[in-house]
Structures are given as C-alpha cells and as structure tokens.
Design a protein around this ligand. Structure first.
Ligand SMILES: *[C@@H]1O[C@H](CO)[C@@H](O)[C@H](O)[C@H]1NC(C)=O
Length: 245
C-alpha cells in the first residue's frame, strides 16, 4: 500500500511540474503580456474541458460543484435554499475582454464574457418572494445569458523546493448577466398550475430575484474558480507559467 502510494505520488510530482505542452505561454517581461493572456486563458479553458489529470484539474465542462446553501435574506426575497449536485456549463466558451496582470504584486484582474452559463442543480427551497410563499424540491435551472464576470485574483508568492509558486489567497468575482432565466421543477409538491405561475412570476422579476441571490452565487463560484486556479498555480512554478525570458 505504502509503496504504491509512494510511486503514485512520485510520478504525479514529475508530471505536475509544468503546464501541458500545448498551452500558450506568456512571458513575464513581454510588453504584450496582457494581450497574450487574453488569448492564452480562454485557449487553456477550452483545452481543460475534460480536465487535466496531471494537474488534478477537474473537468470544466460541465464543472461540478458539490453544494451551496443560501440563507434567507431580509429583503423582498426571503428564501432558504439548498443546492446539491451543481453542474455548471458554458464556462469554457468564455472570452476575455480585458486582462490586467501585475505579476510583481501577484495580482490578476480580468473581465470575461460568457455567452450562456447554465447552472443546473438539485434544489430544496422554502420562503417567500414579495408577498408570495414559495417552496419546492426538484431541479433548478438558472441560465445566465451574456454574463460579464469581473475577476480579481489576489495572490502571494510561496516558496517550495527552491521554486516560487503563486498562491491565490482571495478570488473575488462580480456577476453582471444581461439576462437571467430561472426554472424550478416540482414547485409546491408538483402542483403544476402553481408551479407554472411561480416560474412565470420569477422570470418576470428575474432582475430582482437574481440580485437577492447574486452574493451567494458569487461567493460559492469564486471559491470554485479559486480552487481550479490554485490547482494549476500550486502544481506549476510561476516561472513555468509565465516564463522569465
Ligand atoms: C435551462 O434553461 C435554458 C433557458 O431557458 C434552456 O435553454 C436550457 O435548455 C435549460 N437546460 C436544461 C438542462 O433544462
């Protein structure tokens, strides 16, 4: 057992040490570093659709998220929600509209545009929207169209075995969707008439509903983005992600 796990670890370490060969490299001192990253990052996302085993990067299409709880707020939308088995799709179709890398400060700021991001999950919810009670247990579909995401990655250097790695200690996101479509199956214990009416109502008020839920979505997705980013940054020394010459 020990030997097997030792061999496994040793071979994983060897393979882990560099970016996949077909990823675009952007040089640290290149005056066009930001322009290079604008191309390289979405290119890498598409190449990671099925994950990268050597870097322990999970499949990104769809990206699985274990769960998320939203406590009832105090505004017009007071709903306790529990999501499990979350699958996000569409992220790898994102383009980068702006990139600002400040490698000396270990800070990356970027803006992406995702044409369509689907969030599908098992949900349980209970609460009220405006004056209407809502409850259900089924499958949720939250689809964001033309979603602008502002990412702010705040990192710091970590030294290990004579190499410097970049560690993202804080990953902040802001979601600005052009349009949000919501659908919850099996609302009100499967009462179709009430469920259809509620879904209609949710979509007519999707800006209001989304605004109340946005913080929780941002928090939980930013920690997923942070994990994926750190999987790569933690496996590959910084000067192999951003070559120095
Ligand atoms: C989720 O909703 C969007 C928008 O209504 C729709 O295009 C998509 O097919 C739905 N996805 C699933 C899995 O039902």
């Amino acid at each position: 057992m020990l030997l097997v796990s030792f061999l496994f670890t040793a071979s994983a370490v060897l393979a882990e040490n560099s970016l996949p060969a077909d990823f675009i490299r952007c040089r640290q001192k290149d005056s066009g570093l930001n322009a290079c990253l604008k191309t390289a990052v979405p290119d890498a996302l598409r190449k990671m659709k099925k994950g990268v085993m050597e870097l322990s990067v999970p499949p990104l299409e769809p990206l699985s998220v274990s769960g998320m709880n939203i406590e009832a707020g105090a505004g017009p939308v007071v709903i306790t929600q529990n999501y499990k088995n979350i699958r996000l799709s569409g992220l790898t179709d994102s383009i980068i509209t702006n990139y600002k890398a400040d490698l000396k400060q270990y800070r990356l700021r970027t803006e992406s545009l995702t044409p369509k991001m689907e969030f599908i999950a098992d949900y349980i919810m209970k609460g009220r929207i405006l004056v209407l009670p809502i409850q259900g247990k089924g499958i949720a579909n939250v689809t964001m169209v033309n979603l602008v995401v502002k990412h702010d990655l705040i990192g710091e250097p970590v030294s290990r075995d004579g190499e410097t790695y970049m560690w993202i200690r804080d990953y902040r996101v802001k979601f600005i969707p052009k349009k949000v479509y919501l659908h919850f199956s099996n609302l009100f214990n499967g009462d179709k008439r009430l469920g259809d009416q509620m879904n209609l109502f949710l979509n007519e008020n999707s800006d209001l509903v989304f605004n109340e839920l946005k913080d929780a979505y941002e928090k939980s997705l930013s920690s997923v983005f942070q994990d994926v980013t750190n999987k790569i940054f933690n496996s590959v020394p910084m000067n192999k992600i951003f070559p120095e010459d």
